[in-house]
Ligand binder design. Structure first.
Ligand code: HEC
Length: 173
């Protein structure tokens, strides 16, 4: 038979436990209010976000140690359905990729989208990085129906591989 002290002890302990649980669940259920909303909602926000330049790290410094073999594998799995990579290769759904570095964007040897032709400039390591990250964000309205290469290492590897598709590959940055 439990003594009065033991029973009293149990009651006290349960009361304490209930208090602690109460405090903890209060903290869990009633998180502190933020001073201001974490995401500011304004009318022009979606447009601003869509047009914001991607804050990508520079790919140049990663090219020297990039894995060209992996770049070739990624290309064969994800790009070859639309792009040939050999010298003088045919255009498919997309333009042949031989000599792509230094190519003028939308240079006329392929039926480029007007978005691509309007973009201007030449392909270099950094804008290839941005285009391959999210084609339709870099060239809004591009015909390249491809979501993009999310992994930076894959982009470095693919760009290092694209660089080799030339008689005289451009110097590394
Ligand atoms: C569904 C077909 C498709 C896939 C998949 C695809 N592309 Fe393209 N790509 C295109 C088309 C079409 C264009 C032309 C875009 C335009 O005119 O707006 C293009 C354009 C390009 C360009 C612009 C430079 C030029 O003139 O060739 C590069 C670079 C490129 N693709 C690389 C890649 C790489 C690398 C991959 C794989 C990671 C890839 N593409 C996957 C269809 C594709």
């Amino acid at each position: 038979m439990a003594s009065f002290n033991t029973i009293a002890g149990c009651v006290l302990a349960s009361a304490l436990f209930a208090m602690v649980v109460g405090k903890v669940s209060n903290a869990v259920v009633h998180p502190q209010k933020l001073a201001k909303p974490a995401i500011a909602v304004t009318d022009d926000a979606p447009q601003a976000v869509a047009n914001a330049p991607q804050a990508l790290d520079k790919i140049g410094p990663k090219l020297a140690s990039a894995n060209i073999e992996n770049g070739k594998t990624v290309f064969q799995r994800q790009c070859l359905t639309c792009h040939t990579a050999d010298k003088g290769g045919a255009n498919k759904v997309g333009p042949n990729q031989w000599n792509v570095l230094g190519r003028k964007k939308g240079d006329g040897s392929f039926a480029y989208s007007s978005a691509m032709t309007a973009k201007g400039g030449e392909w270099d390591y950094e804008n290839l990085n941005e285009f391959l990250f999210k084609p339709n964000a870099y060239v809004r309205g591009t015909k390249m129906a491809y979501a993009g290469l999310a992994k930076e290492q894959d982009r470095a590897d693919v760009i290092a591989y694209l660089r080799t598709l030339a008689d005289n590959p451009k110097p590394l940055p």
